[in-house]
Ligand binder design. Structure first.
Ligand SMILES: C[S@@+](CC[C@H](N)C(=O)[O-])C[C@H]1O[C@@H](n2cnc3c(N)ncnc32)[C@H](O)[C@@H]1O
Length: 284
């Protein structure tokens, strides 16, 4: 079958669920990933055909997309901060909001001498996206990353190798940690922060396929990770060390109160590109 004909069928089959634009973007993403062909190739060679076995692969992906399995899991990778990351159902798919958090941290380091060594800890590393992007862009930094999930850490480790950076990964339950045993210049975390009461707002593809361990907290203790991490940061940040968080957009006020209670200084709450309260910074 001509690829152009299959393309029309594929987009038609997914338009009811994703809309025509997204269905089309899925088609070209898969074309690039699985066939190593670009959109321009189809324009230049309109008679290109798929073999029977290629059609079988495409149909299988199509069926999985109908079940709303995220395209990143089907392709097995995604891009974050210009780097390539393996993703699978054990790790959260990195979000653009988190790229903004990484950008903020890197921005804060621009005025500092390149020779200055820096110790950074990422708590709840998942795919390793934050830790690895920081390590890649701050060659003088020593980067550590914690997660409770062994499977997430195995993926993060592969991503560090893929991106040619050195990160020390540690399996640890942060909620049961009393002291991290060393001082860091920067602690950053994007911990689980979605309350059960917000589940209705969460799309089916996220709810059914992304790890709940990475996403949800109890309604009556939504800041459990933030409280624990700010406590640890008080003990384990160096003088004037920085604590960065990605936060629940509805809990900006509560997060400022928490930082104030814990005596953090120069507290800053930032919005993401969508205009939602999303990132916090406080100095020890
Ligand atoms: C929202 S995800 C963030 C993943 C990644 N840092 C990112 O920004 O895409 C939260 C991560 O925290 C981890 N996590 C959940 N509970 C934890 C705990 N008690 N101790 C350490 N990590 C935990 C999850 O496994 C998950 O990888």
């Amino acid at each position: 079958m001509k690829i152009k004909e299959y393309r029309t069928q594929f987009i038609q089959a997914l338009t009811y669920l994703y809309g025509e634009g997204e269905a089309e973007s899925f088609f070209y993403l898969i074309l690039e990933e699985k066939q190593k062909r670009k959109r321009i190739d189809l324009a230049l060679q309109p008679d290109l055909v798929f073999s029977e076995s290629e059609i079988a692969i495409w149909n299988s992906i199509l069926e999985q997309l109908k079940l709303e399995i995220p395209i990143q899991y089907l392709l097995g990778n995604t891009s974050f901060y210009g780097l390539d990351f393996e993703v699978n159902e054990n790790v959260l798919i990195p979000r653009p909001e988190t790229e903004e958090l990484v950008d903020w941290i890197l921005e804060s380091q621009k005025s500092k001498a390149k020779s200055q060594t820096l110790k950074i800890l990422d708590i709840g590393t998942g795919s390793g996206c934050i830790a690895i992007s920081l390590a890649k862009n701050l060659p003088n930094a020593q980067v550590f990353a914690i997660d409770v999930s062994e499977k997430a850490l195995a993926t993060a480790q592969k991503n560090a190798i893929r991106n040619e950076v050195s990160v020390t990964f540690i399996q640890q339950n942060i909620l049961e940690t009393l002291d991290l045993g060393q001082k860091f210049d920067i602690i950053v975390s994007n911990p689980p922060y979605v309350r059960n009461l917000e589940k209705e707002e969460i799309k089916k593809n996220v709810l059914d396929h992304e790890p709940h361990l990475a996403l949800f907290v109890e309604d009556n203790d939504a800041l459990i990770f933030y409280r624990k991490i700010t406590e640890l940061a008080q003990k384990n940040l160096s003088n004037s060390g920085q604590l960065y968080f990605e936060i629940n957009q509805y809990l900006g006020k509560e997060m400022i109160e928490l930082f104030e209670e814990m005596n953090f200084k120069n507290i800053e709450l930032r919005k993401d590109i969508y205009g939602n309260d999303r990132m916090m910074l406080g100095f020890c």
